[in-house]
Ligand binder design. Structure first.
Ligand code: S3P
Length: 450
């Protein structure tokens, strides 16, 4: 979001629904898969056709960037996206700064691509993205021979000059991050020999799956708790059709709303259930949530199902740290669910939440406290004491350019005693365009975002 628009914030007040939520919705396409389909489509030979692409601001930034780098990227009237790829190593120097908006995924994964293209690109983003750490990718990408010039603290804006003669890398991730893993693997595409990433904890594997789908050779070996992933460089990627499943990270808001608004019964259709993304469902089920998987099937290489939830009383739970990578974006809304649950929920090992679109560990704790919830941060753990019913609500939430914070607290207001106010709901458009009208189809009764 351009900074000069920040003064035109769009506040949103979320109030108790008049009736239970009911009905079926389909949420927009998966953000992670959408970014990757545009990038890999641009690096393939031939025409990639994408259905179900998320048309949120984040992904539109990636589409614009791939176009600026020389790929053909076009939206058809029927909603299909067509990408005419240039082949591995075939991108061209962009004529202007690439602006990745709010998207850490777009910036970091694209840096991987650019690290082995021998030209200079300049990257920037919005006020949130410009605070986020980039060393986690510039360090491993430098090993390929790429050069970076960054702001203090390794932050955007930065310049990257890709390696002319890249050397393959074996890299062990110091943090569990699919963005870093993907950046290294995509740098390995235009590098001769084998590039290897070792992750001690398994993170989302959309990049590996999609590389295989486009014809690259990717070897995945399980190691204790994690994986060793090896890509053979300089493959010819062949254009392939992509069907993007609905984003479980967006479905999460509707699912929690359905659980906490008394009497609700809703279905969220065709939700992507890649096992590296389903930690939230495991937690909610442990808390006693009534969630049923219907019509389980495989679409576009990813498992999907319709999820039917019924409201009910939840119980607090102890959430282990090793689950974090499989639900890293879902903690704010899980914490909201926990504030309605009976007893203590301890979410362990949330250090990575501090470096998301905002510091979500602090922001979630502050937001819940402002809504009368007993909450604490101990080290990297978030502790929420629920009262087995609606918390007071009534807080003013600063969304700090963070879409998921906005949606989590919007959901809270649907069932808390007093309304919850968001200072600015516009960040929602980065990942979930149409959130308000879609939730209103279930009966949420949100006012339109101004
Ligand atoms: C993403 C990975 C996660 C997640 C982000 C999307 C991806 O970030 O928070 O929203 O598409 O690879 P990290 O890999 O940095 O944990």
């Amino acid at each position: 979001m351009p900074d000069d628009l920040i003064s035109h914030a769009a506040p949103l007040t979320s109030s108790r629904t008049k009736a239970p939520l009911a009905g079926s919705i389909r949420v927009p396409g998966d953000k992670s898969i959408s970014h990757r389909s545009l990038m890999l489509g641009a690096l393939a030979v031939g025409r990639t056709e994408i259905t179900g692409l998320l048309e949120g601001e984040d992904v539109l930034c990636t589409a614009a960037a791939m176009r600026a780098l020389g790929a053909g990227v076009e939206r058809r009237k029927d909603g299909r996206w067509i990408v005419d790829g240039v082949g591995v190593g075939g991108l061209a120097e962009p004529g202007d700064v690439l602006d990745l908006g709010n998207s850490g995924t777009a910036a970091r994964v694209l840096l991987g691509v650019l690290a082995t293209h021998p030209f200079t690109s300049f990257l920037t983003g919005d006020a949130s993205l410009r605070t986020r750490p980039m060393r986690r990718v510039t360090d491993p990408l430098s090993r390929f021979g790429a050069r970076f010039s960054t702001r203090d603290g390794g932050r955007l804006p930065l310049a990257v000059t890709g390696a002319t003669d890249p050397v393959p890398v074996e890299y062990t991730l110091p943090v569990p991050s699919a963005q870093v893993k993907s950046a290294v693997l995509l740098a390995g595409l235009n590098t001769p020999g084998e590039t290897t990433v070792i992750e001690k904890e398994a993170t989302r594997d959309h990049t590996e799956r999609m590389l295989g789908h486009f014809g690259a050779s990717v070897r995945v070996e399980p190691i204790e708790g994690g994986r060793r992933i090896t890509l053979t460089g300089q493959p010819e990627l062949k254009a392939a059709a992509i069907a993007v499943p609905a984003d479980i990270s967006s479905a999460a808001f509707a699912l929690v709303a359905g659980l906490i608004v008394p009497g609700s019964e809703i279905t969220v259709e065709a939700v992507g259930l890649n096992p590296s993304r389903t930690g939230l469902l495991a937690c909610l089920k442990e808390m006693g949530a009534d969630i049923v998987h219907q019509n389980e099937r495989v679409e576009g290489g990813e498992p999907v199902a319709d999820l039917r939830v019924r409201a009910g009383v939840l119980a607090g739970a102890d959430i282990p740290p090793e689950r974090a990578p499989s639900m890293i974006d879902e903690y704010p809304v899980l914490a909201v669910a926990a504030s309605f649950a009976k007893g203590r929920t301890r979410m362990r090992g949330l250090a990575e939440l501090r470096v998301k679109e905002s510091d979500r560990l602090t922001g979630t704790a502050e937001g819940l406290a402002a809504c009368g919830v007993k909450v604490a941060v101990e080290g990297d753990d978030l502790i929420v004491d629920g009262i087995g019913g609606p918390p007071a609500g009534g807080g003013l939430i600063r969304t700090r350019l963070d879409h998921r914070m906005a949606m989590a607290f919007a959901v809270m207001g649907l069932a808390s005693a007093a309304p919850v106010q968001l200072d600015d709901a516009r960040p929602i458009a980065t990942s979930f365009p149409g959130f308000v009208p879609l939730m209103n189809r279930l009966g949420a009764g949100f006012p339109e975002i101004g």
